[in-house]
Ligand binder design. Structure first.
Ligand code: PLP
Length: 404
């Protein structure tokens, strides 16, 4: 067994069962045996600009040689953190937004829970503590993010978690309304992934997110969109809120913001949340991570934003969907997959009853294509936005061979 206790893996697994990736270029990675793979999941849903980017490595190295980072607590700041916050605020779907930075997605979700509750408290409503989330959903693994996650196995045996969390079915607007009616004036926020990601890749029903927005407005709760997967171009817009035409009070992000070159996450904070925090000049926001605003991570994010603009990656996300969808649908017509769903460059197929998704993934690995098995009986597809057409076509082709 390896010294590395792998996340989301069997601690009993033999060291030889792991595939060690050693090199990447664009949407392609190579393992330690020299085998080539099309990276059909952008590593873990994050590598939007593609692997092996010297421009990001050079910019991060230059920043590190000058000042690796300096913290942003209390009276301190650093240039890349300030610059990134200003650029993200300008891109945010809600004008006048501010930005809180974290090291990843789970911290971003925890931050959103805390900002929502403390903003209500500062606005005179400390009784607003309840957080509504959906099932299935995936929001991360810290205690706050785990409590919101609508995948029961991810909570099993980890203890009782966060109080004041109510979960509803992912499509059930009436259930959200009922929670708001059952707990008048007590709901802080409603959390939703615009497209449920690791919980199965479920795009929203038409009008669903607008209905959530309307309910939150009616009942004084914040709407939080968890864009850790959807943000930064995955759906063809910088933020999914813009794609679906919904303005969130808080928007969590991570992954694609740096494409994983350096870990980074954060929260877009709309005026509805940051104004009550700034209203009392004596109030101190006692929240933050050592690496909130890490200069090297923020530098990587700034270069990723440049690449996204320069290489037209938003349009590429839409083009990926237009090419992938008919190829996946032809698998469905041929009875090889049970369901096809997705938007932009975020897709999934359900395998038919009796077919093992993990075994299918393993056969696809043999064929040189990486996808990810997720519940329920689903294979997720989320390639780097720079994928070449031939490599993109290899994904449904490998699916066909593996399932035939
Ligand atoms: C929607 C969503 N939120 C939060 C997270 C947690 O992010 P991290 O693994 O960076 O903590 C993820 C991770 O996949 C995610 O997909």
């Amino acid at each position: 067994m390896s010294a590395l206790l792998h996340p989301f893996a069997k601690p009993s697994a033999a060291e030889s069962s792991f595939i060690r990736m050693v090199r990447g270029q664009g949407a392609v990675v190579w393992d330690s045996n020299g085998k080539r793979y099309v990276d059909g999941l952008a590593s873990l849903w994050y590598c939007k600009v593609g692997h092996g980017r010297a421009d990001i490595a050079d910019a991060v190295a230059a920043q590190m040689r000058t000042l690796e980072t300096y913290h942003c607590f209390e009276r301190f700041s650093n240039g890349p953190a300030d610059e990134l916050a200003a650029r993200l605020a300008a891109l945010a779907p809600v004008p006048g937004s501010r930005v809180f930075l974290t090291s990843g997605g789970s911290e971003a979700v925890d931050t959103a829970i805390k900002l929502s509750r403390v903003a209500h408290a500062q606005a005179g409503h400390p009784e607003r503590t309840i957080v509504v989330s959906r099932a299935p959903s995936y929001h991360g693994v810290t205690y706050g993010a785990m409590a919101l996650t609508g995948l029961p196995l991810n909570r099993k045996d980890f203890g009782s978690g966060l109080p004041d969390v109510v979960q509803v079915d992912k499509d059930d607007v009436d259930a959200v309304r009922q929670v708001l009616l059952d707990h008048p004036g007590q709901v802080a926020a409603v959390f939703a992934e615009p497209v449920v990601g690791a919980g199965g890749v479920w795009p929203p029903e038409p009008g669903y997110l607008q209905a959530l927005r309307g309910l939150c407005d009616e009942h004084g709760a914040h709407l939080v969109l968890d864009e850790v997967i959807c943000g930064f171009g995955r759906l063809g817009a910088t933020f999914a809120g813009s794609h679906f035409g919904v303005q969130a009070d808080l928007t969590t992000f991570a992954k694609g913001v740096t494409s994983g070159y350096v870990p980074l996450g954060g929260v877009l904070v709309a005026p509805s949340v940051h104004e009550p925090l700034a209203a009392d000049p004596s109030f101190v926001l006692r929240h933050g991570y050592t690496y909130s605003g890490h200069a090297a991570a923020c530098t990587a994010a700034l270069v990723c934003l440049d690449i996204t603009e320069r290489e037209g990656l938003l349009a590429k996300a839409t083009a990926i969907g237009a090419r992938l969808e008919p190829a996946l649908q032809s698998l469905q017509k041929d009875g090889l997959v049970a369901d096809v769903r997705g938007v932009g460059a975020l897709w999934a197929v359900s395998v038919p009853a009796g077919v093992d998704p993990v075994g299918t993934r393993d056969r696809m690995l043999d064929l040189g294509v990486v996808v990810r098995p997720i519940a329920p009986a689903t294979l997720a597809i989320c390639p780097p936005l720079v994928i070449e057409p031939g490599d993109l076509d290899a994904i449904p082709e490998a699916l066909r061979t593996a399932l035939s």
